[in-house]
Design a protein around this ligand. Structure first.
Ligand SMILES: CC(C)(COP(=O)(O)OP(=O)(O)OC[C@H]1O[C@@H](n2cnc3c(N)ncnc32)[C@H](O)[C@@H]1OP(=O)(O)O)[C@@H](O)C(=O)NCCC(=O)NCCS
Length: 154
């Protein structure tokens, strides 16, 4: 039985997403340098959950009602891109996969969705190829190597 529920975001998730992001930011010395670790205001959380660029956003809550995961897919100048975060204590239980699958189900077909993963982010480098994305190319941003993975919606 799943100990979590995947659902569309609700207004009270804004404060909870700030908490989730701040918790992630405290996990490692680099976590606060990537966007998922920088959702530190209610305004940023609002944009992530309900902003005009959002194509598909789903969240996960625990049996106790705590926000424990989030995936958002957003429009950008190029391809849309995905952001994903699962609370440290709830990883490796299929939650990331459930979130990604449900977020993709809500997308129109024919989109190429990118996931940008830093070479320093070993968790995501291991997980992203198992979440339906495949490595496409690498880029250098501010002296860091970012791996660009892609997944098509259908
Ligand atoms: C990446 C992340 C979302 C994965 O969430 P999760 O709930 O642990 O993922 P799942 O349990 O659904 O696992 C999905 C697949 O990835 C694999 N995987 C996940 N974490 C892994 C790890 N650390 N090492 C090896 N494989 C891993 C799982 O084994 C599974 O593959 P399988 O079913 O083929 O065996 C989570 O690690 C996380 O929140 N990381 C920090 C945030 C981040 O860096 N986001 C990316 C930048 S936006």
């Amino acid at each position: 039985m799943n100990m979590f529920r995947i659902r569309t975001p609700e207004p009270q998730d804004e404060a909870a997403l700030v908490d989730l992001s701040l918790h992630f930011a405290s996990e490692s010395d680099w976590a606060s340098t990537i966007p998922i670790g920088q959702i530190d205001t209610l305004e940023k959380a609002h944009q992530r959950l309900f902003g005009e660029q959002a194509l598909s956003v789903v969240v996960a809550e625990s049996a106790q009602g705590q926000l424990i995961g989030y995936v958002g897919i957003y429009r950008s100048e190029g391809n849309p891109y995905a952001s994903i975060l699962v609370h440290k204590e709830y990883r490796l239980r299929g939650l990331g996969r459930s979130l990604v699958e449900q977020a993709f189900e809500k997308l129109p077909p024919g989109l190429t969705v990118e996931a940008w993963v830093g070479a320093f982010n070993h968790l995501s480098l291991a997980a992203t190829p198992r979440l339906g994305f495949h490595w496409d190319h690498s880029i250098e941003v501010d002296g860091r190597t970012l791996n660009v993975f892609v997944r098509h919606s259908d």
